[in-house]
Write a new protein. Structure first.
Length: 347
C-alpha cells in the first residue's frame, strides 16, 4: 500500500509540472504577441509642416549711384568742399587755372596791343590827310579827297580788328578758370592722395542700397520683389525691404561656385560701406524625408491619418511639398507599411 501511494504521488507531481509548463508557455506566447502588436500600432509621431529656412548671406551698403568726376587739368585755385560733405546739383566743388590758357591770354594781349598801335597809326594818318585836305586849294582838294576816304576806312578797319581781339581775350579769360560742379545731389568724397596734386572727387547719391550675391544653387529661390530682411552685424539697424533687381551676369566665383549680384533699397540709418546680414524668407513647404512613404503623406485630420498622394520633390534629406498640404498642418512623421488610412494617431 505504501509503495502504491508513493507511485501515485510521483505521477501526480509529473502531471502538475507538465501543466505548469504548458500554462507558462501560453502566457509567455500571449505576452510576446501582445508586445509585438503594440510596436506596430503605437509610436507614430506628428510633424507640423513649416516653410523652408530663410536663405542667409552677407552684403554691403553702398550709394545707389557713384560717379568719379573728371577734374580739369591745370593748377588748383580753390577747393570748396570737404570729404563727406553734402552738396546740391550745380554746386561748385573746385576751381582750377588752365595754365595753357594763360599763355594764350598773354599772346592775345600782345595782339590787342598791336591792334591799338594800328588804331593810333591809322588815326594819325587820317588826321594828316584831313589837315592836308583842309589846307589845299580848291583845285587840289579833289585829288586829296580819296586819301581822306582811305584813311577813314583804315581807322574803321583798325577799330574792328581791335574789337575782335578784345572779344577773343574775353573768351580766353572765361576759359582760364574752370569750375568742377556737382552733377547731382549727394555726398562728395575727396581724395588728396593723387600724383598730379589735384584732388580726386567722387559723388555718391544720398539714396543707399544693399549689395549682395546669391549662389548658383539658390539663384531660383530669389526673385525681384521678394521680401528681404537687412540688419547690421549687431542686429541694428534692421529693415525689411524688397529686392529690386537680380543680375543674370555673375559677379564672382569662389571655390568653384558662381555668385550673382542682387540689390535692394535701404534707409538712411545704414552707413555707406556697412557690412550687413541678409535673410530672404522662403515660401516652400518642407517635410523630413521620413514623412513621405511610397510617395504618400499621411495628413492628420481630426486625430486620424489621412493618406494623400503628395506632389513632392526630394532635396537633400527633405522633401519640398508642392500641393496637398498647407503650412501649420500636421502630418505623420514616421509612416510605415502598418499604418492604415483613417487610423487614430495618439501623439
Amino acid at each position: 500500500m505504501k509503495r502504491r501511494t508513493k507511485v501515485t504521488l510521483i505521477v501526480t507531481s509529473c502531471v502538475v509540472a507538465v501543466g505548469l509548463l504548458a500554462v507558462t508557455g501560453v502566457t509567455t506566447y500571449h505576452k510576446m504577441t501582445h508586445k509585438s502588436g503594440a510596436t506596430v500600432k503605437t509610436g507614430y509621431q506628428s510633424y507640423t509642416v513649416t516653410t523652408s529656412p530663410a536663405l542667409s548671406m552677407s552684403g554691403k551698403v553702398a550709394a545707389s549711384k557713384t560717379q568719379m568726376l573728371n577734374t580739369p587739368t591745370g593748377k588748383l585755385q580753390q577747393i570748396n568742399v570737404n570729404n563727406g560733405q553734402s552738396v546740391k546739383s550745380g554746386d561748385i566743388l573746385l576751381t582750377v587755372t588752365n595754365t595753357d590758357m594763360q599763355e594764350a591770354i598773354d599772346n592775345q594781349n600782345d595782339v590787342i596791343a598791336k591792334s591799338n598801335r594800328a588804331i593810333n597809326g591809322a588815326t594819325s594818318a587820317l588826321r594828316n590827310a584831313q589837315q592836308s585836305y583842309n589846307q589845299a586849294d580848291p583845285e587840289a582838294k579833289s585829288a586829296l579827297k580819296d586819301g581822306v576816304t582811305q584813311a577813314q576806312q583804315a581807322v574803321a578797319d583798325a577799330n574792328t580788328d581791335a574789337q575782335d581781339a578784345q572779344n577773343k581775350l574775353v573768351d580766353l579769360q572765361n576759359k582760364l578758370n574752370v569750375n568742377l560742379t556737382a552733377p547731382f545731389d549727394g555726398i562728395v568724397s575727396v581724395d588728396d592722395n593723387t600724383k598730379d596734386g589735384l584732388p580726386a572727387l567722387t559723388m555718391n547719391t544720398t539714396e543707399k542700397v544693399l549689395q549682395a550675391t546669391v549662389s548658383e544653387y539658390d539663384y531660383n529661390k530669389v526673385h525681384s520683389g521678394d521680401k528681404v530682411t537687412v540688419s547690421g552685424i549687431d542686429g541694428t539697424p534692421n529693415q525689411t525691404t524688397a529686392i529690386d533687381k537680380i543680375e543674370q551676369i555673375p559677379a564672382e566665383k569662389s571655390k568653384g561656385t558662381t555668385y550673382y549680384p542682387f540689390s535692394a533699397h535701404v534707409n538712411e540709418n545704414f552707413l555707406y560701406g556697412q557690412s550687413v546680414k541678409v535673410k530672404v524668407p522662403q515660401n516652400d513647404l518642407k517635410v523630413p524625408s521620413t514623412a513621405v512613404y511610397k510617395g504618400n503623406i499621411y495628413k492628420i485630420i481630426d486625430g486620424k491619418a489621412s493618406r494623400i498622394n503628395a506632389d513632392v520633390t526630394k532635396t537633400g534629406t527633405s522633401y519640398i511639398v508642392k500641393s496637398g498640404v498647407a503650412k501649420d498642418e500636421k502630418v505623420v512623421l514616421n509612416p510605415d507599411s502598418h499604418l492604415k488610412n483613417g487610423e487614430a494617431i495618439n501623439d
